[in-house]
Design a protein around this ligand. Structure first.
Ligand SMILES: [Zn+2]
Length: 286
């Protein structure tokens, strides 16, 4: 199946979060299916999830990935479904490789359409090859300009479905400048791939607006943030999608691209260069 490109928004339904963090955080396959359908009804064009095992812990085992994907497909059959390959969800890179290789045995209903690969993690090249060979399109998870350079050196470039520009561990005011550094490096490297931009927590909403101004697709969901653009509580993933589409569309119609350090929604954004070498301190949420 040809996977449609994302024009505006992807929903990230659960991430690494525990059910205790939000009343509507989907964990089980059934909950993921319901949450995906609601997010799609709200405007999401694709979904990204972290499948869980029977105890609610993240899992890359084929049985758990297949159950989550099948439930989402049953709830929204036309929507592309992606999953994490985060190294933290396996014992180590070798165990991850073994588990992801088994996804090739899943039938089309259970197998993810795409999976994110964090280029900062050990074993990402072999993982990418294994995903592609098993019929799962890899997304390049880029957290830094160093990751762009690693991506630029990898062949074949055509293997990638898209690039995820992931700004994490950065204060909200610095999120847009940090994204711009990565985007500029992608351009310099001649990496002409579709892009989805996102941040987390404080950086999430400023990046939705920034990407809207740039006309770039974004992602939103309880993986990235638990509150709305004004810090208000939200009911669920679907509400986040609706709010994000509003912020994105308002920004998109406000006059097109603006410099990253413009004051709109980013007060105090003065140092666009300081984080060039920074990385998230933890495993990130991709
Ligand atoms: Zn994720």
């Amino acid at each position: 199946m040809e996977i449609a490109e994302i024009a505006r928004i992807k929903a990230c339904l659960n991430g690494q979060r525990s059910a205790a963090e939000h009343a509507a955080l989907p964990v089980t396959p059934s909950q993921l299916g319901d949450a995906a359908a609601a997010a799609v009804a709200a405007g999401a064009e694709a979904v990204h999830v972290h499948p869980r095992d029977a105890t609610g812990n993240q899992s890359l085992r084929a049985v758990d990935v297949g159950a989550a994907v099948a439930a989402i497909r049953a709830a929204c059959p036309a929507t592309p479904v992606g999953v994490t390959t985060g190294l933290w969800a396996a014992a180590d890179a070798c165990a991850r490789q073994y588990q992801v290789a088994a996804w090739a045995e899943l039938d089309g209903r259970q197998r993810p359409d795409f999976a994110s690969v964090n280029l900062s993690e050990e074993g990402w090249q072999q993982l990418t090859e294994t995903l592609a060979a098993g019929g799962v399109r890899p997304e390049a998870g880029i957290w830094s300009v160093d990751d762009v350079d690693a991506l630029a050196g990898y062949q074949p470039r055509g293997v990638w479905l898209r690039v995820l520009v992931e700004v994490m561990g950065v204060p909200g005011a610095q999120a847009a400048p940090a994204a711009d550094l990565i985007l500029a490096r992608l351009g310099q490297a001649g990496l002409d791939l579709p892009v989805v931009v996102h941040g987390e927590d404080d950086g999430c909403w400023p990046l939705i607006a920034h990407a809207g101004r740039l006309g770039l697709a974004v992602r939103i969901g309880l993986e990235d943030v638990l509150t709305g653009p004004d810090g208000q509580p939200v009911a669920d993933n679907a509400e986040l999608v609706r709010l994000a589409l509003g912020v994105w569309s308002d920004a998109a119609s406000s006059g097109g691209a603006v410099p990253a350090a413009a004051p709109d929604r980013m007060p105090g954004s003065t140092d666009a260069r300081g984080d060039e070498r920074s990385r998230p301190a933890d495993g990130g949420h991709q």
